[in-house]
Design a protein around this ligand. Sequence first.
Ligand code: 13P
Length: 248
Amino acid sequence: MRKKYAAGNWKMNKTPKEAVELAEMLKPKMTTDKAEVVFCVPYVDLIPIADVVKGSNILLGAENLHFEDKGAYTGEISAPMLKEIGVKCVVIGHSERREYFNETDETVNKKIFKALEYGLTPIFCCGESLAEREDGITIERIRIQIKKGMKGLSAEQAKAVVVAYEPIWAIGTGKVATTEQAQEVCKAIRDVLSELYSKETADEISILYGGSVNGGNAEELFKMPDIDGGLVGGASLKEDFEKIVKAF
Ligand code: 13P
């Protein structure tokens, strides 16, 4: 049985002090045996939040990593650094990184390999733009992102990846994809994974939906057969995240 996830992506929000306050407030509300709960937080918040979540069911997540172990990459953070402080998951290829920080399918692929090498769970993001959806090329776009992002991964490695489908037009806009739209693409992702590996492998890979998920719409989304949870931005910074964690 593949795992379910309620993963918060805090993005560039919360100073370390604010982050601790938020995590302390959320922590007692996060108990569930139905899903993995993840807080993906800014780099400087990782160490203080590691302390807060210690002994709880909350997994610590980062929002990015570099694909080399170390070296002359000013401003970057490596997988061994994340590993040492207790990070379990890492968001890779978020559309905001693709748009503003030159992330490409090729760097995403290298980062997924590096995360897996260090036992970190990659939360691998894909998604189409509004123009791509309007042009009717959503599925083609997603299939390319999946094929390039996961290029060269063995079936065993692929099973350790969590895929997050995040339509760019639904991120931070309050415009959530309909459950049918989200299910259609998550199913298409499972189909391409099935072609690349096997149905058995594809059935073990968790696929999340992200884009304006909130306490009011999570349950309906998570009921869909190919949606195994959510990658949540804005609503993960509020008490509302409890409703998402309890929506399974
Ligand atoms: P919102 O939930 O704020 O739309 O953000 C989604 C997202 O980008 C999560 O990675």
